[in-house]
Write a protein that binds this ligand. Structure first.
Ligand SMILES: [Ca+2]
Length: 166
């Protein structure tokens, strides 16, 4: 496509072609998760059994280039629940990335994605100033409730899947 009339432009053309073919390969690739992570909807998830405060759990996720999990829809939520069930043999109460610690009643995901889908238990969040972190699998409904961030709970981390050749 590009002129190859001189050595200089030929090199440049080669470079552009390499970028172009890399882009094509990227489209053919399927998302990949490294060992210990489970792929759900193009992201990699990991259940962390060690109980930690919400902030510690988030920091631990970040040490693995992840954040506490955000949840985008009900299908994803059920898959995260299934992951927790597989890893802990029950629907363990678990920290995920929702928090209203910055501003009361303004819930955010720690990974920066929009806080749209919710699965709050009835009457939750009760928006107490002392309860600013989101625990999932609360009680029989396995819904969401706000909770004191310093309580120690297992957690779920999530990060984008890497593209590799499919
Ligand atoms: Ca709150």
């Amino acid at each position: 496509m590009l002129s190859t009339s001189t050595t200089r432009s030929s090199n440049r053309s080669l470079h552009v072609n390499c970028l172009f073919s890399a882009e094509i390969n990227l489209e053919k690739r399927s998302p990949y998760c490294s060992s210990g992570w489970t792929r759900i909807n193009g992201r990699c998830f990991r259940y962390i059994a060690t109980p930690m405060s919400w902030s510690r759990a988030e920091k631990n996720c970040r040490s693995m280039n992840a954040n506490l999990a955000s949840v985008q829809n009900i299908g994803e939520y059920y898959k995260i629940q299934k992951l927790i069930l597989m890893r802990s043999n029950k629907y363990t109460e678990t920290w995920i990335g929702g928090s209203d610690a910055q501003q009361e009643r303004l819930w955010l995901w720690s990974d920066g994605t929009p806080f749209r889908f919710t699965f709050w238990c009835s009457g939750k969040p009760n928006n107490l100033r002392t309860q600013n972190c989101l625990r999932m699998n609360y009680r029989g409904q396995r819904c969401w409730a706000d909770f004191q961030c310093y309580y120690l709970r297992p957690s779920v981390c999530a990060k984008k899947a890497w593209p590799i050749l499919g």
